[in-house]
Design a protein. Structure first.
Ligand SMILES: [Fe+2]
Ligand SMILES: [Fe+2]
Length: 436
């Protein structure tokens, strides 16, 4: 959130800002906020009203800028107030109801006295946890000897459990808990730090992931990043790895007969397709029509995908996972339709691991464009961001495409001169969700 909004707030206040930290607070009835100004990491702050309880009035913030009269700002859901937190005194009167939710976003001026010292509020990267009781740590641990030295010299560390998050190729993420002195920990850190070393790459890990879940097996070459809590920290700046996403295309996925039936089905249900929405709520991000009820085809696709899945996961380099659901929908893109760059596994849909798209349309094809553009992913100081455009895949009739949902992609605009429904670019598409 801080990263996304940083450019907008910078523009608004006319300063080049760097993010420090954010948090959310739910206020209870009677809560007050005493008159105060903020610490140095809050040079520029935005207070955003996220939720107002039923029957409650606006979320009210009082401000007193230096040498200016007091101001009162009333916020409704989605409103924000941006102010100089270290200069402007601010406070709140008792809240009239339970359940006001407010989000706080804090920034510093890149040309001010606290940059770069307070960037990310002295954390390693955005999203990194605050670690009040972390033992002193070295800047980076590349060599095994260094790691051993730190771990062994700290008794409290030796007895500590470390929560290790593993980011694997394909955008797959998994958490395991290890003892601080477990040699596997060092091997994991090494696998990232020495990713170009052939011997290291050949290591195969076999980690226990809980009492009944069995083990997680993967090759060191599939390990993209490791984060630990508390930090015994590998410096993520050592390398900013690129994610290489695999894709699988299966041609002639359905029999001619089934495909013809499917085309008939969409024509018969043309009137039931609705405008697509996106979970981000940004309507302009996408133009297409969607139908959620596929009749018997839903089951047919789910069964087929379930049986294809083990082989697909292997090709996508995604370790096997327990499936909770296979989402399935029919989508059509017609003239001037598109779907801007996005990924299917955002914060709200983290359980989506695999995206599938089955393409079908009338022959001969009566539209142009509509290729699926893939982007590489990149880790920048520990934050996953979109990289360069990778390739464009044309919608091939009767083909099925699988790719990791974490991968950024976009549907390029379509031109369909007749504009008729039956001439559109149709897909049966959806996501395989991991049980959480
Ligand atoms: Fe404050
Ligand atoms: Fe998508």
């Amino acid at each position: 959130m801080l990263g996304w909004i940083n450019p907008d707030v910078s523009r608004l206040v006319g300063l080049d800002l760097a993010p420090t930290y954010s948090y959310t607070r739910i206020y209870a009835k009677g809560d007050v906020l005493a008159r105060h100004s903020d610490r140095d990491a809050c040079e520029i702050s935005a207070s955003v009203s996220i939720a107002i309880p039923k029957g409650g009035g606006p979320s009210v913030l009082h401000l007193r800028p230096p040498n200016l009269p007091e101001a009162t700002v009333e916020m409704f859901e989605g409103d924000a107030c941006v102010y100089a937190g270290t200069e402007v005194e601010h406070w709140r009167e008792p809240f009239p109801e339970d359940g006001y939710i407010q989000l706080f976003l804090h920034f510093i001026d890149k040309h001010g006295e606290h940059f770069p010292e307070l960037i990310y509020d002295k954390r390693k990267y955005l999203g990194a946890p605050y670690l009040p009781s972390v033992p002193p740590r070295k800047a980076s641990y590349v060599r095994e000897a260094e790691i051993v030295e730190v771990l062994e010299s700290k008794k409290e560390v030796r007895e500590q459990k470390i929560a290790v998050t593993l980011l694997l190729k394909g955008g797959y993420q998994r958490c395991v808990t290890l003892d601080a002195t477990d040699p596997v920990l060092i091997s994991l850190l090494e696998a990232v730090a020495k990713r170009n070393d052939e011997k290291t790459r050949a290591t195969v890990f076999n980690l226990e992931i809980g009492n009944e879940e069995g083990s997680l097996v993967f090759a060191a070459s599939d390990l993209v990043a490791v984060s630990t809590n508390p930090a015994i920290s590998i410096d993520l700046k050592i390398e900013n790895p690129e994610f290489e996403f695999s894709r699988v295309v299966k041609e002639d996925y359905l029999s001619k007969k089934d495909m013809a039936k499917l085309l008939k089905f969409v024509e018969a249900h043309a009137g039931e397709f609705r405008r697509s929405r996106v979970t981000s709520g940004v309507r302009k991000a996408r133009r297409s029509l969607v139908l959620y009820d596929l009749g018997d085809f839903g089951e047919m696709f789910r069964e087929r995908i379930s049986s294809d899945l083990p082989a697909i996961l292997e090709q996508l380099k995604i370790p096997a996972f327990p499936v909770s659901e296979i989402e399935c929908q029919l989508t059509t893109h017609n003239n001037a339709h598109y779907f801007r760059r996005h990924r299917d596994a955002g914060a709200r849909n983290a359980a989506r691991l695999v995206t599938y798209v089955y393409y079908f349309h009338k022959e001969p094809r009566r539209f142009e464009g509509g290729s699926l553009r893939f982007y590489r992913g990149r880790l920048e100081n520990g934050v996953y961001i979109c990289g360069e455009a990778d390739i464009d895949l044309e919608p091939t009739n009767n083909s099925m495409l699988f790719f990791p949902s974490a991968c950024y992609h976009e549907v390029l605009p379509i031109k369909c001169s007749s504009g008729e429904f039956k001439d559109g670019r149709f897909t049966v598409n959806g996501w395989v969700r991991m049980a959480e």
